[in-house]
Design a protein around this ligand. Structure first.
Ligand code: UD1
Length: 372
């Protein structure tokens, strides 16, 4: 029991989607005078476009610690995070470690904390693609099984956890934290004054372009798959221009495989910051993506989303949202693109608790747990 001392909460982030998830949570934790949040950035993502720009735009304070681990194989990245994060846990002796999402930083930090008997809370628990070839699926399962508090974004996640034998007492359906950030920023991008430079530079008109993001190893690490996808995008871009903010991993692979993208209608641009992405998403006719978060954001924005994967850990976006799983199958992709362009695509609804109040619900629960 912690009485007069502040309750120390180590919040861990590492990669781009983590920053979007931690921002509302840190703001919420600040509202509790008893809590002392300490921010740890593992340095998994380090380029300004992949990291710094998110801190700036989302008002995330400078991390108290930056582990600077950088890129590497899964083993070396995870191991480096563990070694450095253990030192911080031993020094700070936190009352709780919060991890978010499913990246290598999530699992590494959870594992360290648990072995030091520090309680772990996992935000975005219970999502399952049932595809063990995805590194994220391994991270999700392992993190969930060692976490003490599992905060979920949809009822299906609760079911997944219960089916895996995790006690109901640890599981809390709180909603989708990414949507907190989206809701808090949406008025900015809707204001007339906000027009990202890229919108002007590329002379984009609302609903007259498609947005593409692609970075999963399953799509970009094989030459044949990547080439087939790029050829498919070329066909689509003859119907509607495609804007392609490119992830560094994908750019590296295109260069390595010496693939040529000569089509002017497929516009490759550097990674965008959060507000630019949100603006481009909200104004696009359709989105092609292999991201997890974008499947959720498009559901809330009600923009058609075609997911270039064989499965999703976020089936609610397909069942009630605007998402369709199209894999890498050219015919399936083109069929859905045509539906969208001819106004025949489904309309979606917004899932329960994707309402901008998830951080608030988590804060309230943490107050109860940490009082015990
Ligand atoms: C990671 C996550 C993935 C998430 C994605 C979001 C894991 C296993 N994967 O994938 O779940 O969807 O982040 O973007 O944790 N690189 C840079 N600059 C950077 C970061 C990376 O150039 O700031 C390049 C490096 O060449 C690096 C490669 O991108 O080797 C991959 O980075 P890594 O963090 O290993 O995985 P992501 O593909 O970004």
């Amino acid at each position: 029991m912690v009485r007069n001392k502040k309750i120390k909460i180590l919040c861990v982030v590492g990669a781009r989607p983590n920053f979007i998830k931690i921002s509302p949570l840190l703001q919420e934790l600040k509202k509790y005078p008893k809590f002392k949040p300490i921010l740890v950035h593992t340095g998994q993502h380090y380029d300004y476009e992949m990291s710094g720009s998110f801190f700036k735009e989302l008002d995330i304070p400078k991390p108290d610690y930056n582990l600077d681990v950088g890129s590497g194989s899964h083993a070396s990245q995870t191991a480096k995070i563990m070694i450095e994060f253990e030192k911080i846990c031993l020094k700070e002796k936190p009352n709780l470690v919060i991890v978010v999402g499913d990246v290598n930083s999530t699992l590494a930090a959870a594992l360290v904390a648990k072995k030091l008997f520090i309680p772990v809370a996992h935000v975005e628990a219970g999502l399952r693609s049932r595809d063990m070839k995805m590194p994220e699926e391994i991270n999700r399962i392992l993190t969930d099984h060692i976490s003490d508090y599992l905060f979920t974004s949809c009822p299906e996640a609760n079911k997944n956890l219960i089916n895996e034998g995790i006690s109901k007492k640890k599981i809390f359906f709180v909603g989708n934290i990414m949507i907190d950030t989206l809701k808090s920023q949406i008025s900015k991008i809707k204001s007339q004054k906000y027009k990202p430079k890229i919108f002007k530079q590329l002379n984009l008109k609302p609903k007259k372009y498609a947005l593409l993001t692609l970075h999963r190893p399953s799509n970009v690490d094989s030459k044949e798959t990547l080439k087939n996808l790029l050829d498919t995008f070329k066909i689509i871009s003859e119907k509607i221009p495609i804007i392609f903010p490119i992830h560094p991993r994908t750019l590296k692979q295109i260069k390595k495989f010496r693939l040529k993208i000569s089509n002017k209608q497929l516009k490759i641009i550097p990674p965008l910051n959060y507000l630019e992405t949100l603006h481009l998403m909200a104004n696009s006719k359709l989105i092609l993506t292999d991201s997890g978060g974008i499947q959720e954001e498009t559901t809330v924005l009600k923009i058609p989303c075609l997911t270039l994967r064989k499965n999703t850990e976020r089936p609610i976006t397909v069942e009630i949202g605007t998402n369709t799983i199209v894999g890498q199958d050219r015919n399936k992709i083109l069929e859905q693109v045509n539906k969208i362009l001819f106004g025949k695509y489904k309309k979606g609804k917004i899932p329960k608790y994707w309402d901008g109040k998830t951080a608030e619900r988590i804060g309230e629960l943490l107050k109860q747990f940490l009082r015990r």
